[in-house]
Design a binder for this molecule. Structure first.
Ligand SMILES: O=C(O)CCC(=O)C(=O)O
Length: 323
């Protein structure tokens, strides 16, 4: 298992030549310039704010970073909104009072990664499901404001072993990355009743149970013309010195923080990387998309406005190693 993102082959080939001409993709830092107007991070009622970029050095496409570089500014704390610090019980009489509504989501059969991640006889093999009403619009807006206060940096891609690369030809959004136990615990508490209690891993069907939600919360912000090409999310394992050592990510969590209507693009689409078949889903504020990490997907090009989405993953432990 590793934590790199897996790209369909046609992109891997294209990306190698793109890296050679890296200057072509030199970062444009000024979102106001991209948007053709001023007003970074300004928030008006019911208006999705422009992402505010943190000031960092200019990066070139193909540039790599190690953990010691902290390119995602993880060391800069995120000031969490009060609702997160208070926990889900304080804002609802009991979990579920907000009536989370589940919706089955389709994906092309060809989206499933070759090789066997889940046992075919599993009670729930590969799946994707949308959960509406997990957060309120107000809570989503507060999270967006908190991220804008910290500031966004260009999204990177994992190469494994803590190495990341700047590849705007494949992934061109911005992101605000924070390690937040409070936020991941909040999400785990709310989502836990909606997670499959057991996943059967690999051809031997080893039972795995939900352990936590990864505290590494990555809020991505897209501006027009930005996208994240087809990929499979990498499987991440907690390192040996982590209290959850041994747990591994099996299910991706995408929490949408604003609405994006279909004419503005910006869907999350499950895709068959060999054909043009795709199943798009438009972001809705407060909804959470859960899906097994063997499904190929993309963040489709945003045509207008902004899109904010928080990405993390559910960590599972092998039942045989549960302590
Ligand atoms: O932006 C999206 O809709 C998808 C994001 C995504 O694919 C990811 O973070 O792995």
């Amino acid at each position: 298992m590793c934590d790199e993102q897996h790209m369909p082959r046609q992109y891997r080939q294209r990306s190698m030549s793109a890296t050679k001409s890296s200057r072509e993709f030199a970062m444009r830092w000024d979102v106001a310039e991209l948007m053709g107007g001023p007003g970074l991070g300004r928030q008006r009622k019911n208006v999705v704010p422009t992402p505010r970029l943190a000031h960092t050095a200019r990066w070139l496409a193909g540039q790599t970073f190690g953990p010691e570089d902290d390119p995602d500014r993880i060391a800069v704390p995120l000031q969490l909104p009060d609702f997160v610090r208070a926990g889900p019980h304080s804002s609802r009489k009991f979990i579920g009072s907000r009536k989370i509504r589940k919706e089955r989501v389709n994906f092309p059969p060809g989206a499933v990664k070759p090789g066997l991640m889940f046992c075919p006889s599993t009670p729930r093999g590969s799946f994707a499901r949308m959960h509406h009403n997990v957060l309120s619009r107000r809570e989503c807006a507060q999270l967006v404001d908190a991220c804008n206060a910290k500031g966004f940096t260009p999204s990177l891609m994992n190469l494994g072993s803590g190495i990341q690369v700047y590849r705007p030809d494949m992934r061109s959004s911005y992101r605000c990355v924070s390690d937040s136990h409070a936020l991941s615990s909040y999400l785990f508490e709310v989502l836990r009743p909606h997670l499959p209690p057991v996943l059967l891993l690999g051809s031997r069907g080893e039972p795995c149970v939900p352990f936590s939600i990864n505290e590494r919360c990555r809020v991505q912000a897209y501006v027009p013309n930005q996208s994240f090409l087809n990929h499979w999310d990498g499987c991440f394992r907690y390192p040996q010195d982590h209290p959850g050592a041994g747990a591994l990510s099996l299910v991706t969590v995408l929490l949408y923080l604003n609405d994006v209507s279909s004419e503005k693009g910006g869907a999350t689409a499950f895709t068959n990387p060999s054909t043009s078949q795709r199943c798009p889903l438009q972001p809705r504020a407060g909804s959470v998309l859960l899906f097994t990490q063997d499904l190929c997907h993309e963040g489709s090009t945003l045509l207008e406005g902004f899109k904010y989405v928080l990405r993390t993953e559910v960590m599972y432990k092998l039942l045989s190693s549960k302590s």
